[in-house]
Ligand binder design. Sequence first.
Ligand code: AMP
Length: 508
Amino acid sequence: MTNTTNANLFSRLFDDLDDAARLAIETPEGDHISYGDLIAFAGRIANVLVARGVKPGDRVAAQTEKSVPGLVLYLATVRAGAVYLPLNTAYTLNELDYFISDAEPSLIVCDPSRAEGFASLAAKVGAKVETLGADGKGSLTDAAAKEKPDFATVARADGDLAAILYTSGTTGRSKGAMLTHDNLASNSLSLVSYWRFTDKDVLIHALPIYHTHGLFVASNVTLFARASMIFLPKLDPERIITLMARVTVLMGVPTFYTRLLQSANLTKESTAHMRLFISGSAPLLADTHREWFARTGHAVLERYGMTETNMNTSNPYDGERVPGAVGQALPGVSVRVTDPETGKEMAPDTIGMIEVKGPNVFKGYWRMPEKTKAEFRDDGFFITGDLGKIDAKGYVHILGRGKDLVISGGFNVYPKEIESEIDAMAGVVESAVIGVPHADFGEGVTAVVVSDKNAGLTEAGIIAALDGRIAKFKMPKRVFFVDDLPRNTMGKVQKNVLRDTYGKIYAK
Ligand code: AMP
């Protein structure tokens, strides 16, 4: 029975389930988990949490490999009224020290191989530790097997916290974004209808589940729609292409699309059963969009979001999916572009700071009231830190993170503009433009290029090709060739790594 007063995301997800036997998750090992199984499993784990002393509002931190029990731990935490805190599996114990000290969880769930390392971190904050391995085995699931499946979902209000996700923090300290039950529920429900999800859909889920994309967008949207998902531990292009014969949707970061394009098995025939390809978390090159369309006949639907805001914009389901644009504001979300200095709204097609407001936008940064205040305008808009513009049709175009803006000789240089010029040259695979300290100019525009080995491109050749196409002050002072750009697990180019690598090239 639907409990109308309980805004707990878990209740909103499952209270009106009509068919418990419906398939929710399938694993490569051949396990089939129904919605009923999922709810019962979440009940057992929620009982373990309570037995370990987890109370509503407490944080449950998890650094585990992707597994179905790992996802159920998230659902169980929310069900128990606690706050789920997933941690990137790449973090070392040294880095984890900060997250654990900052979040003060009452329970930590980690891979069995890390239990010892976590013990001392846990002791500092008085947390208990349970284990969960990639195979789904560990003390958490052992304990869950002994618990009852029944659990009374803890009532929560819209504004109560459901999760804290730490931002990737490529500059400065990583911040804990506090997400409420309603942030998560409202955004997922909006995406279900915008992307026309139904219970007939089958999603290929190959994203990590410690990040907003795989944890919230992929999982919550599937579950709200009563669709099902095939849980793959990671990107496996050939396996994904084989699965496309019986699934309907893929959600990926741009790397998924570039890697899939490298397979000769990606064709119109192999994608004929697919309904929708969605990309996000990093910019999808317009070239990749076009190549994908030429090869498969499908236009990738690109959307834009961030940890703090869930999803903000999306290309349309029916209308034009514009290569290189992230689409229009989702229903209920307001997006505007402002002058970064004055906060004044800019005219269409003018570059500025992207700001968003809506039920999707987080509550603030955990234990950082000053930082939170600084990143919201007085009228409630969140300053995303992304630079971009909105065109006359309302499509948002992202030009990069504000911190990646290059200021050379006092002039603003938007990296994306130079990157697009370089990317369009024959033989260029992709490029990244960064600003590097320069004695005369403040910052020197610097290009890092991945090229086709046989194209014979040179630094002088690229500079000559740009001559006359861009203003002199935007011209790269140096061009470097690399085999690959450094990327994080979500496919984002790590410009901070490039800035470190090339940081001293203009030093006198
Ligand atoms: P995260 O919090 O890790 O999800 O990172 C959010 C950031 O990723 C945004 O602020 C953007 O800079 C970037 N981002 C997400 N989606 C897109 C997209 N479709 N195109 C370009 N950048 C994106």
